[in-house]
Design a protein around this ligand. Structure first.
Ligand code: GLY
Ligand code: MN
Ligand code: MN
Length: 449
């Protein structure tokens, strides 16, 4: 995200950042779909963590997609056809005293010069200015439901316009959810977005390599977590895209384990699910490797099944395949592997049909990936799984999680493995964005030597 909002050197111009003209094009694309409507899009509110301490601010993804504006307390307004300019940004004014405490602000001039607003007004004046902009617009497009407090204010401003109808002013008579329009746009990544996602993937893969290299029995999970965050920050990521999972031994079978405070024990595996966020784009990688650098025969067996499942799923990550084909392919290989190792009894079709494999594989094989780690976009269209198209990015992340139950042969108990990569659909095939993170047993053991 742009750290420098003063304009001497705009950090948004660095190699892997998105060109500012891209944001202008996006606003134009959205306005094309709005007729004589108006769009009012708020960024995320700041949230208090505890007394005097806020959570680190992260902009709303939809707002950021249209503006690249990184500050809190901002509202973007798109007014197609407005003579004085179509893009208005309400934001905080410059304030030397506040900036001494909280950091630099773009201010109204920065909103215009750095973020291409045609007009910028103080956010504190929005109640006086916005109702006038709503006059004689038929529809208001907004991110309905994202921030209920803001929705209430917006309804209040619409009501102010309605109160003036006897004076001949037409008030908007439709509130339209802008998110679906935006999310369909966000689902297909543009060239500049792919560049940023590749950057996030590279930084994240380097962090996973670092974790493999420094891992030793007797370390604590949080020490590996620290190595990951060190590598993220070194790579220019302000924060992880989600709380990293560093799960040794049986902790790998807790899918959302984030305590990361157990000892890493020789003879066990550690599962790391961690990805960096760069300029509001996420990477999402999982690797599982032996704490002492050498897979045991049982760990190897489970790992090879998961890897084969992932390979089969990635083969189905092709334009023209539908969303569920990678998942179906992965499940088939996982079930066959569980049968071969005696962990399930029966035929593949029957075990898929009766879902008994879910004891060992209880999540889906992936999700859209982009500005949000579980990114936006519909998975089904008119009741059918969506067809994959060039520009879509998603994760492929099969796993097996063997519980510690008495009825399971002791040698398999509490082994948890997941392998997760980020995939971009191309016109011909796909690109694995996260290929720099070692994945085969040979590559992992060699790196850990
Ligand atoms: N890291 C979240 C996920 O893998 O879906
Ligand atoms: Mn994921
Ligand atoms: Mn993940």
């Amino acid at each position: 995200m742009s750290g420098n909002t003063r304009g001497q050197k705009d950090s948004r111009d660095s190699v892997d950042m998105i060109d500012r003209r891209v944001f202008e094009r996006r606003r134009q694309d959205v306005m094309q779909l709005m007729g004589d409507g108006i769009a009012v899009i708020a960024t995320a509110p700041e949230r208090i963590r505890n007394r005097d301490v806020h959570y680190r601010f992260r902009p709303d993804s939809d707002f950021f997609y249209l503006t690249h504006f990184p500050e809190p307390e901002a509202v973007a307004v798109l007014c197609p056809g407005r003579e004085q300019g179509e893009f208005i940004l309400f934001c905080r004014e410059r304030d030397p005293e506040r900036e001494t405490w909280d950091g630099r602000r773009a201010g109204l001039q920065g909103a215009v010069e750095l973020f291409d607003a045609n007009d910028a007004f103080p956010i504190t004046d929005i109640g006086e200015i916005l109702p006038g902009l709503l006059e004689n617009r038929s529809k208001v497009f907004c991110n309905v439901g994202s921030y209920p407090d803001f929705d209430m204010k917006l309804l209040g401003w619409v009501n102010e316009v309605k109160a003036k109808t006897r004076a001949g002013v037409n008030a908007p008579n439709e509130l339209v959810d802008l998110t679906h329009i935006l999310h369909e746009l966000r689902l297909i990544k543009q060239t500049d977005e792919v560049k940023v996602m590749k950057h996030a993937a590279r930084v994240s893969a380097a962090a996973h390599r670092r974790a493999m290299q420094v891992c030793r029995p007797g370390m604590m999970e949080y020490e590996l977590h620290a190595e990951l965050e060190y590598a993220f920050k070194k790579g220019g990521s302000a924060y992880p895209a989600y709380p990293p999972i560093v799960a040794g031994g049986a902790n790998a079978c807790v899918l959302h384990y984030i305590d990361n405070n157990d000892e890493l024990v020789a003879g066990q595996l550690v599962l790391i699910d961690a990805g960096a966020e760069i300029d509001c784009y996420a990477a999402d990688i999982t690797r599982t490797f032996p704490i002492n650098g050498k897979f045991s025969p049982e760990q190897r067996a489970i790992y090879e099944i998961v890897l084969a499942a992932q390979t089969a799923a990635i083969e189905k990550a092709q334009a023209g395949c539908h969303w569920n084909e990678p998942h179906d392919a992965a499940v088939r290989i996982l079930v066959q592997g569980l049968i071969d190792e005696g962990l399930l009894q029966g035929g593949v079709d029957e075990l898929i049909e009766n879902k008994s494999y879910r004891r060992f594989y209880m999540h889906r094989t992936g999700h859209w990936l982009g500005m949000d780690v579980h990114d936006v976009g519909d998975y089904k269209v008119e009741g059918e799984w969506r067809e994959l198209e060039p520009g879509m990015t998603f994760t492929v992340e099969p796993g097996l999680y063997i519980p510690g139950d008495d009825d399971i042969d002791a040698r398999w108990r509490e082994i948890g493995v997941r392998i997760e990569d980020d995939v971009l659909i191309n016109r011909n095939g796909n690109t694995i964005l996260t290929k720099d993170a070692p994945k085969t047993i040979g590559e992992i053991e060699a790196l850990m030597q």
